[in-house]
Design a protein around this ligand. Structure first.
Ligand SMILES: Nc1ncnc2c1ncn2[C@@H]1O[C@H](COP(=O)(O)OP(=O)(O)OP(=O)(O)O)[C@@H](O)[C@H]1O
Ligand SMILES: Cc1ncc(C[n+]2csc(CCOP(=O)(O)O)c2C)c(N)n1
Ligand SMILES: [Mg+2]
Ligand SMILES: [Mg+2]
Ligand SMILES: [Mg+2]
Length: 321
């Protein structure tokens, strides 16, 4: 594909984007009409939206358009999974400048389509608008398959806290990229293309999870949302949290305690959940802490009994963002 988005025009671009999509049996009417029609076997539809903005969430010299597409889909599909639901459909709101090479949105679409396929969903529509800053706004829908939604508010004192998926890998990759390096590859790739354990969301619901979330802003920060919504404290055992040797090596090289990445790094979209104490968890879950009765007025997350640094996570309007 030669030329720019402007040369292709709005409807030329839409044609290019939608011609690359695949469907699923849940999609009764896909892109091309005023709206899509998706079956909702459960009748309750799980819906979520998350935005990626160039310069803030991704850089074109760090990630390909395909990577950004994978990530934009992944962060939304992870939110569906974190409710205990199975993703069904995705919509893409896209803002692009007119002089952007047309290959960029096209490869983005390929990435979104492929990540949706990993999770069993399909892209069913979207919108394209001209704007100065590339903005990728994804909306995802999901199906609870007759299970109850697992919210952030159900954690109870005595529950265990368990996690599955990667923690700190994206943050370590970001640290590498922001210092001008491109390796170790595994961490840089983890930053470019997170791999949320989608299947673990519905599986956790089936295992009786009392509260659940995906880790987008950082483990301590996201567990803070569970603590606040549940009115309980959470204590993490740092020894139970895996810090890979290679991450320690990067930490030494750049002067960062790797535990900081594991506890406060977002964007890996691991799934963290609380379960009743007698739960039998499959091996992919690691028990990393416990829920306790609230000690003070504000529910707290502690690490080995003590507060971890500041809030411990990403805040778009915070000092570090
Ligand atoms: N602009 C908004 N309008 C309405 N609701 C919002 C808005 N922004 C956030 N929310 C809601 O607030 C809650 C928390 O949002 P938040 O974005 O922190 O969750 P998340 O998507 O799981 O995290 P992350 O954005 O880090 O992936 C969600 O239920 C979200 O739908
Ligand atoms: C270029 C660049 N600079 C910084 C970061 C780090 N970053 C951006 S958003 C976010 C948390 C989740 O955001 P949200 O709450 O919007 O899902 C993090 C850790 C990045 N990915 N790219
Ligand atoms: Mg969000
Ligand atoms: Mg989330
Ligand atoms: Mg999210």
């Amino acid at each position: 594909m030669k030329g720019t988005v402007g040369e292709l025009g709005e409807f030329g671009l839409i044609r290019e984007l939608t011609s690359r999509l695949t469907s699923t049996p849940a999609v009764k009417i896909g892109p091309g009409d005023d709206a899509a029609v998706v079956t909702a076997p459960d009748r309750r539809v799980v819906a979520t939206t998350d935005i990626l903005v160039e310069g803030r969430h991704f850089r074109r010299d760090w990630s390909t358009a395909y990577d950004v597409g994978r990530k934009a889909a992944a962060q939304n599909l992870a939110d569906i999974a974190a409710m205990g639901a199975v993703p069904t459909a995705v919509l893409l709101g896209l803002v692009v400048p007119t002089d952007l090479p047309a290959t960029w949105p096209i490869e983005l679409m390929d990435g979104i389509r492929d990540e949706c396929q990993v999770a069993g969903a399909a892209v069913v529509g979207g919108d394209v608008v001209r704007g100065d800053t590339i903005t990728v706004a994804v909306t995802a829908l999901g199906d609870l398959r007759n299970r109850s939604a697992v919210t952030r508010s159900g954690a109870r004192p005595g529950d265990v806290v368990a996690v599955t998926g990667w923690l700190g890998w994206s943050a370590a990759g970001l640290a590498v990229l922001s210092r001008g390096f491109r390796s170790p590859r595994a961490f840089v790739e983890a930053h470019r293309r997170p791999e949320p354990p989608y299947h673990a969301g519905p599986a956790a619901a089936e295992l009786g999870a009392t509260a659940m979330t995906d880790v987008s802003d950082g483990l301590v920060a996201d567990l803070g949302h569970i603590a606040a919504a549940s009115g309980a404290d959470i204590d993490l055992r740092s020894a139970a949290v895996d810090v890979p040797a290679q991450m320690t090596d990067i930490g030494t090289a750049v002067g960062v305690d790797p535990l900081h990445w594991v506890l406060t790094g977002g964007e890996d979209h691991a799934i963290v959940a609380t379960f009743p104490p007698d739960v039998k968890l499959p091996a992919r879950w690691r028990v990393i802490g416990s829920v306790t009765a609230p000690a003070g007025r504000t529910p707290q997350v502690t690490v080995d009994g003590a507060p971890w640094e500041k809030a411990g996570g990403w805040d778009h309007f915070g000092d570090d963002a």
